[in-house]
Ligand binder design. Sequence first.
Ligand SMILES: [Zn+2]
Ligand SMILES: [Zn+2]
Length: 164
Amino acid sequence: MGRIVGHYAPRLLLGIVATLVVLTLVPAAADLVPWPASLALLTGAVLLGVSLVAHNRRLCERCIAALPLDASMVASRYRVRFRVAHLFESRLFVLGYLIVLTGSALLSASPLGRYLWAAVEASLGYLLLVYVTHQRLQPWCPYCRNGGEEQRAPTTPSPVSTHI
Ligand SMILES: [Zn+2]
Ligand SMILES: [Zn+2]
């Protein structure tokens, strides 16, 4: 059950992110949403995040079934997404992103900061797409070596690694 939810979690999370972007850009709409609904949305997002992690640990038959026949062709169209996925291996990059995230959240109350915050929220949605694309098409990711294991130090190509 949890795995099924986990499989569809990115799509549901995208829905939540899209809702948040709308609520950010249209404050009048935000006024219409009572706080318990916002709280439910937030709780839902956290639960989906947890099921997403649970899903990722195991091989999911739905993912395999959803793989396109021409996966390597499809993967070649997503080079940017693969690149972005690997940017997040850098702690400095993650830190920078978190700073931007927090900063724009703090500015979200101001009229101009609202647009910045909406853009950052939209980037979260994009990152979800990046995550899903990379997870499903990882064997074809040009930045993953050794057929899938994430690399710790991507700067120098390491000799044949023995861990699986
Ligand atoms: Zn799946
Ligand atoms: Zn990769």
